[in-house]
Write a protein that binds this ligand. Structure first.
Ligand code: PLP
Length: 462
């Protein structure tokens, strides 16, 4: 093979994939007898695979990423123009698109001030963990170093991010992990019966107070940060109960704990506000983001902090170790911010936040209506165009539908030209939530097509 592939020589491309590509999150045995799926083209919400099969993509590139849809020539043009002018300069220097995008982003995030560029969600989270650790050393004699994370939340695939990860199946066999990451309970009201002492009323306040108990157990003087997803994604599309976030902020203020919100999935429009936390009227100290920042047109992630966090790293001539001694090679790649600028302009130009709220409400209603027909749908929940349907064997006991059956429902939809997702390989026995996150441009017709496929699949599989 000399690399001169003819794009039309599909069997050769499939063979090369089968022989050499190590797919993410995949068991490869099935590829011995069936072809790996290769997506070749996309336009709007639709994609075509290597055999020309058309599908509507209800999960924005499989992993909640392509917020503005496929085939955006204006992003491709912006990236091309920038790459020809200057593709990269790393290290300590800035770039024109980096400056412009930072100003646009901060404008959408009142109270925030500084943008640190990197290239994946895991990496942005790692930067935050490093900042917390360094602040602990600089200001608290190394003591205030612990980072709290929640059961069912996911923050990435690196060893540090996994230490901060509440999804056991992702972590098993990859330890040992670094010390100082402490697990706290989730806030999934639908499953509160599994949490000892959970009350009938005011569950949100109770769930936040459970975290406070752990802070007190560990000693607040040892806890540096709390790292949470605004709406938990792969852990089950968990929307926070009433009062939860407000109480979390109070707790962080009371014990001088930094609130790090992981907006890798929710960020840049997915839930109908620029950022998921903005639904709850709270101010974070650090925000990580990745997927929707450039809708997958370039690899870019950011860690955004307040000026107060930045100030803690201000120059101190008496201490040469004082600044944030961190780098990200591809944080210097200009394609990322160039794509992110145009991505944000599209969301504004096409009123996609408003569309996300409207279409999100419509999709929530349509999926909820399926509950009358299918007892297996225990709960439909979500925010904006970030929705989940939790499947159970029995609504009274809430016993999760077996993963194999959930997989069969996803496969049936896919066979019928609708790509949906499911929580998978995260929580053994509880990977039972179907996930929906179509691009923010979707219409009622698109949603009807997706919901019809789910309706059909539930009927056929169950
Ligand atoms: N944080 C959340 C909430 C995620 O869902 C993910 C990935 O799905 C990550 C972090 C990690 O992002 P990446 O895969 O870009 O490292």
């Amino acid at each position: 093979m000399d690399g001169t592939f003819n794009e039309n020589d599909i069997s050769r491309i499939v063979e090369a994939d089968r022989a050499h590509v190590w797919h993410h999150l995949s068991q490869h045995k099935p590829y011995e007898t069936s072809d790996p799926r290769i997506i070749v083209e996309g336009k709007g919400l639709r994609v075509w695979d290597q055999y020309g099969k058309e599908s509507i993509d209800a999960v924005s590139g499989g992993v909640w990423t392509v917020n503005v849809g496929y085939g955006r020539e204006s992003i491709a043009d912006a990236v091309r123009d920038q790459l020809v002018k200057l593709n990269f300069f790393g290290g300590t220097v800035g770039s024109i698109p980096g400056s412009i995008f930072s100003e646009m982003l901060i404008d959408k995030m009142p109270g925030m001030s500084r943008v640190y560029y990197c290239s994946s969600g895991s990496e942005a989270n790692e930067k935050a963990y490093k900042m917390v650790r360094q602040i602990a050393h600089k200001r608290f004699g190394g003591k205030k170093h612990k980072i709290l994370y929640r059961d069912r939340d996911y923050h990435g695939s690196t060893i540090g991010a996994m230490a901060c990860g509440g999804q056991d199946e992702r972590n098993l066999q990859y330890g040992p992990f670094p010390d100082g990451f402490i697990r706290v309970p989730h806030c999934l009201e639908y499953r509160k019966h599994e949490q000892a002492g959970a009350p009938e009323e005011n569950y949100g306040i109770w769930a936040a107070n459970e975290i406070e108990k752990i802070i007190l157990r560990e000693g607040p003087e040892t806890v540096g940060a709390l790292c949470l997803e605004p709406v938990t994604a792969g852990g089950g599309v968990i929307t926070p109960p009433d009062g939860y976030w407000e109480r979390i902020r109070e707790i962080c203020d009371q014990y001088e704990i930094l609130l790090h919100i992981d907006e890798v999935v929710c960020g840049v429009g997915r839930t109908g506000t620029w950022f998921g936390y903005q639904h709850y009227g709270i101010k974070p100290d650090m925000v990580s983001m990745a997927k929707g920042v450039a809708s997958g047109y370039a690899a870019i992630s950011c860690l955004v902090t307040t000026e107060a966090v930045f100030d803690m790293f201000k120059d101190d001539p008496s201490d040469v170790l004082n600044y944030f001694r961190d780098i990200s090679t591809f944080g210097g790649c200009t394609a990322g911010p160039a794509a992110a600028i145009e991505n944000m302009k599209i969301i504004e130009r096409e009123n996609l936040l408003e569309n996300t709220i409207n279409m999100g409400d419509y999709m929530l209603d349509q999926l909820s209506a399926l509950q009358d027909k299918h007892n297996a749908i225990g709960q439909v929940r979500g925010k904006g165009l970030f929705l989940g349907a939790e499947l159970v064997t029995d609504r009274a006991t809430k016993e999760p539908l077996p993963e194999k059956t959930v997989g069969a429902i996803v496969a049936d939809c896919s066979k019928n030209g609708v790509i949906i997702g499911a929580t998978n390989r995260s929580i053994p026995g509880q990977n039972n939530t179907l996930c929906f996150s179509p691009a923010l441009i979707c219409t009622k017709d698109d949603i009807n097509q997706i919901v019809e496929a789910v309706d059909g699949a539930l009927g056929r599989v169950l």
